[in-house]
Ligand binder design. Structure first.
Ligand code: AMP
Length: 197
């Protein structure tokens, strides 16, 4: 059985960091729509030109564009043993499209992690990252907009997945090693055939 993982949590909750560690440990690709979109902007592709100002303002790119990006990405062979989704889905429409895509290929999400951090901590971490990386959307206005959209559009997905099965809440305001250990514990507790890729 493939290991199909979704990480939910606001910007600044440590999703990217944890996704990279899971990817290295379990040999499955880390799929981050934010990274894919930033790469498109950097390349100056048609998609990149369309989304650049949306990314900068902290708004959400339209569902159909994101869903196509993910459909193409999940179609690549490296996802056969599983994948880690980071930053997608962000809306109920995207979650429904993902369900449909996965069920077409006889798959469903194995486990969903929700990394929980307070807004104040998220803002503090994003502000620190702004100093270190100068990301275009780490301005105070865009940070506020992204957190507002997270609460409005993305947080309801916790409930969406809870009623479908396997959501694990993780306290994210801890050192990354501790958070990762808890994620690993949950993955090791899965029925054996789910982790034997
Ligand atoms: P992230 O790196 O996940 O914080 O994403 C950076 C930006 O990319 C977001 O603020 C959105 O503008 C855009 N983005 C990334 N993923 C999605 C998505 N699933 N749906 C809509 N917009 C997205």
């Amino acid at each position: 059985m493939p290991l199909d993982i979704l990480l939910l949590g606001p910007q600044g909750s440590g999703k990217g960091t944890q996704a990279k560690r899971i990817s290295a440990e379990y040999g499955i690709p880390h799929i981050a729509t934010g990274d894919m979109l930033r790469a498109a902007v950097a390349e100056g592709s048609e998609v990149g030109r369309e989304v650049a100002s949306i990314l900068e303002s902290g708004g959400l790119v339209r569902d159909d564009l994101i869903v196509e990006l993910i459909r193409e990405r999940l179609g690549r062979g490296d996802t056969d043993p599983g994948f880690i989704l980071d930053g997608f889905p962000r809306t109920t429409g995207q979650a429904e499209a993902l369900d449909a895509m996965l069920s077409e290929i006889g798959r469903s999400l194995t486990i969903v992690f929700e990394l929980q951090v307070d807004d104040a901590v998220a803002v503090e971490r994003l502000t620190k990252r702004a100093r270190e990386q100068s990301r275009a959307d780490d301005t105070p206005e865009a940070i506020g907009r992204r957190l507002e959209l997270y609460h409005r559009e993305t947080e309801p997905l916790v409930e969406y997945y809870r009623i479908r099965g396997n959501v694990i809440g993780i306290h994210g305001e801890r050192p990354e090693g501790e958070v990762f250990a808890e994620i690993q514990e949950a993955l090791e507790a899965l029925p054996r055939e789910e982790t034997a890729a």
